[in-house]
Design a binder for this molecule. Structure first.
Ligand SMILES: C[S@@+](CC[C@H](N)C(=O)[O-])C[C@H]1O[C@@H](n2cnc3c(N)ncnc32)[C@H](O)[C@@H]1O
Ligand code: SF4
Length: 349
């Protein structure tokens, strides 16, 4: 276009002036605000990572690694279901655990699915051994339904385990059957007592977990719990997680198990004489756990479903933890940090 023809058209002249002014302003602001990234180049995820890294606040002090989703039980309320059958190769799992240790992990809890199922408990045993002997973690624990644990396992790996939690939601066999906390007709409660004895014999602290739901809400478990004398009795209010035990894609429908906050409080009051009871309401549970799934991705439960981060094996702990939804204050408020090393416990051996 000829310069003379531009001058001849007032519209083109106006447009030219606007363009020049735009150029001057944008180059001025890009110099003054050089720290402001161009809108299109930074994704919300990248921004979240940057903000989180600047705060540098979250340490993975206590981690729950659900390395398998497979299970031999069918608890109707289960919130960690067999959506995949994937388990990491042992060396990869160890690499991830080392990364966590380097980021400040002090306690690891192995969970599932049923952790004693994969390679008949040997995979779990090797991880327990690695965490205690190689990584020297102060606390190594397991949560299990107890049905696959054999005395041989204690003989081989018991020394390296601090705490074993066994889940038991009822001391009535029929209720356990109705919940699905059973395999065939085998007694869940006889098994619990057997494991209690092994824990004492092999110097492992014994813990019990119970999920309070519509099937056991009226039960009085105080006497049985006092008899078993666990170091801790964790009492959970049955929790719904979309995509796990609620909603369209879920493998379980747990709505019929759900109890209200008031019902939960009444259960707690009925058991107020049990000093080892540690209550966990839905609110406390949602964001006060650091959960790693079978791919070593942190799961964020704040929105009522389990949103995965990238794997710590791909992006490292610092980046992945930004997507964990973990609330360190809530973790401390729920008593997440306690005497968790068996060396520091006054256990009656
Ligand atoms: C997912 S299980 C995995 C370990 C093992 N299979 C067991 O049942 O102990 C881990 C813990 O979560 C508890 N749990 C499962 N579903 C739950 C739910 N909907 N609400 C609260 N706790 C739940 C179990 O009772 C258990 O103590
Ligand atoms: S809660 Fe029940 S179904 Fe779920 S993993 Fe544990 S034993 Fe298996």
């Amino acid at each position: 276009m000829q310069f003379s023809s531009v001058l001849a058209s007032p519209m083109l002249l106006l447009q030219l002036c606007i363009n020049v002014l735009q150029h001057i302003f944008s180059s001025f602001f890009s110099k003054v605000c050089y720290w402001t990234p161009a809108k299109s180049s930074v994704s919300p995820d990248d921004r979240k990572v940057d903000e989180c890294k600047i705060k540098d606040a979250t340490t993975p002090t206590s981690v729950n690694y659900h390395f398998t989703r497979k299970c031999n039980y069918k608890c109707g309320f289960c919130f960690h279901t067999a959506k995949t059958s994937f388990v990491l190769p042992l060396d990869e799992a160890k690499r991830g655990l080392k990364l966590l240790k380097e980021s400040g992990m002090e306690k690891i809890n192995f969970s599932g699915g049923e952790p004693f199922l994969h390679e008949k408990g040997d995979f779990l045993g090797k991880l327990v051994q690695y965490c205690k002997q190689d990584l020297q973690l102060p606390s190594v624990s397991i949560v299990s339904n107890g049905s696959m644990i054999r005395e041989k396992w204690f003989q081989k790996y018991g020394d390296d385990l601090d705490i074993l939690a066994v889940s038991c939601d009822s001391f009535d066999e029929e209720t356990n059957q109705l919940i699905g906390r059973a395999q065939g007709k085998k007694s869940h409660i006889d098994n619990l007592h057997k494991i209690r004895i092994w824990c004492q014999q092999y110097k492992v602290a014994f813990k019990i977990n119970s999920v309070i739901n519509t099937f056991n809400i009226d039960e009085d478990m105080a006497e049985n719990i006092l008899q078993l004398n666990p170091v801790r009795w964790k009492v959970f209010q049955c929790l719904l997680i979309d995509g796990e035990n609620a909603g369209e894609d879920a493998l379980r429908e747990a709505e019929r198990f759900v109890i209200s906050e008031q019902m939960f409080q009444e259960f707690l009051e009925r058991h107020s004489s049990v000093s080892c009871l540690v209550p966990e309401s839905n609110e406390k549970m949602r964001n006060s756990y650091l959960i790693l799934d079978e791919y070593m991705r942190f799961l964020d439960c704040r929105e009522g479903r389990k949103d995965p981060s990238k794997s710590i094996l791909d992006v490292g702990v610092k980046e992945a933890i930004c997507f964990s939804g973990f609330d360190e204050k809530m973790f401390l408020k729920r008593g997440g940090k306690y005497v968790w090393s068996k060396a520091d416990m006054k256990l009656e051996w």
